[in-house]
Design a protein around this ligand. Sequence first.
Ligand SMILES: NC(=O)c1ccc[n+]([C@@H]2O[C@H](COP(=O)([O-])OP(=O)(O)OC[C@H]3O[C@@H](n4cnc5c(N)ncnc54)[C@H](OP(=O)(O)O)[C@@H]3O)[C@@H](O)[C@H]2O)c1
Length: 247
Amino acid sequence: MEIQGKTVLITGAALRIGREIALDLSRCGARVIIHYCQSQKAARMLAGDIRREGGEASLLAADFSKPGTAVLVRHIQNRLKREKLAVDVLINNASVFYPAPLKKINEKNWEDMMRVNLKAPFFLAREFGLEMAARKQGKIIQILDWTVQRPHPDYLPYIISKSGLLTATLGLAKALAPHVQVNGIAPGPILEARGMTPGEKKRAVERTALKRFGHPRDIAAAVRYLIEGSDFVTGTVLPVEGGSLIM
Ligand SMILES: NC(=O)c1ccc[n+]([C@@H]2O[C@H](COP(=O)([O-])OP(=O)(O)OC[C@H]3O[C@@H](n4cnc5c(N)ncnc54)[C@H](OP(=O)(O)O)[C@@H]3O)[C@@H](O)[C@H]2O)c1
């Protein structure tokens, strides 16, 4: 699928990896819908940057941690329809990430992770995926995490939510075939998590074969490949983790 002229919805796009994906796809000629939750100012600045470069950007605010995900997603869909925006590519990038050691797991942090990292992306993928299937063209890209295959015991709710999204990716790829391709990207250490200690950062680097952090550009390039590089890839996960899985 050519990126030029397509409409791409990117969740959690105001900052960090989402921002890089938005800028990259805009530079390839996509119209980007920048979803944000708290980062309204950063989202507006990004839209301004994109427009100054000659691109097109719209803003969309939504908090995925609230109950009523399916209703919220339908509300988003209706709003985009009113603006005559048909989503050609959905990138589920928004995520909540913090440690929850076994003894500290409770219903609050469990539901927080499941709603933001699994339920919202699933319902977004279902609704927009069905629309894409009806139009006989579309791509859905889920930003996962390489640690799904090496779960860290202090992050179980996060990693279980991403594992659920991985399974959803495989099932949706079958359910939405043959016209919609659904894939995941599994990043390794790309940007320091908020509150990461120097020791944790060192350990994250040591777990990679390449002995360094990646860059948001590495994820943007993988996204570009899954959109434009091939239409014969579906139901798979592209690891972008500096060789962590071979360690
Ligand atoms: N950073 C890494 O090295 C790394 C490693 C492995 C996997 N990943 C995955 O890659 C993706 C991007 O990583 P990142 O570090 O750039 O992500 P991030 O900064 O942790 O989060 C991305 C965005 O998610 C949005 N978000 C958080 N809570 C939300 C809620 N309740 N409702 C709606 N949106 C919400 C936030 O939007 P607002 O700021 O607008 O509130 C935030 O900017 C994530 O899926 C992450 O799991 C990242």
